[in-house]
Ligand binder design. Sequence first.
Ligand code: G4P
Length: 195
Amino acid sequence: MKMLQEKITHEGIVLSEEVLKVDSFLNHQVDPQLMQAIGHEFAERFGQEGITKILTIESSGIAPSVMAGLTLGVPVIFARKRASLTLNQNLLSAEVKSFTKKETNTISVSGDFLTAGDTLLIIDDFLANGQAALGLLDIAEKAGAKVAGIGIVIEKGFQPGGQLLRNRGVRVESLAIVESLNGGHVTFRKEAQPK
Ligand code: G4P
């Protein structure tokens, strides 16, 4: 997706050979116009799949998911990473280990909003080791819901998450695939070049 790649190129900060900082438009400050374009792109890619709901995880998955939900005309559910005062019954939960942060979170969604009749589009901001996506797949399975695919804003192609999920037969659509961050420079994978 051209607009996204240009934004990453101009505003992304390479913190190390493994970490890309995109706080100016995705992880802290949010660019609504870019999110809208991202939402349209996901809707275009998954529009024929009969999606009934979008499933994401707080916090940075929410903005692109809401925009995709707006375009597809479906609700967005975000998994919580912490206990909530009000979300405490009929929970569907999964363990998510973060290699980056070296911590494990229990993520939860209310079974009131996720049912066996749902066809889900899972969306997240980054795909690195794939643990968040696996946790969301686990929750979808516990609900008996069908997963049409996973939409990722930025996939780090040099980390194993993408391969892990695709090897499971899950359709993964990443709007930008970063091939390498070597030398302080962002290199994109060819398949994700501008249309
Ligand atoms: P995984 O889910 O693919 O296994 O990812 P991992 O555990 O490695 O990442 C944990 C957190 O770090 C996630 O955010 C993920 O989006 C983020 N992350 C991973 N690699 C990068 C990177 O190169 N750049 C940026 N900016 N973030 C990265 P989170 O803790 O869920 O944060 P948030 O959604 O609340 O913002």
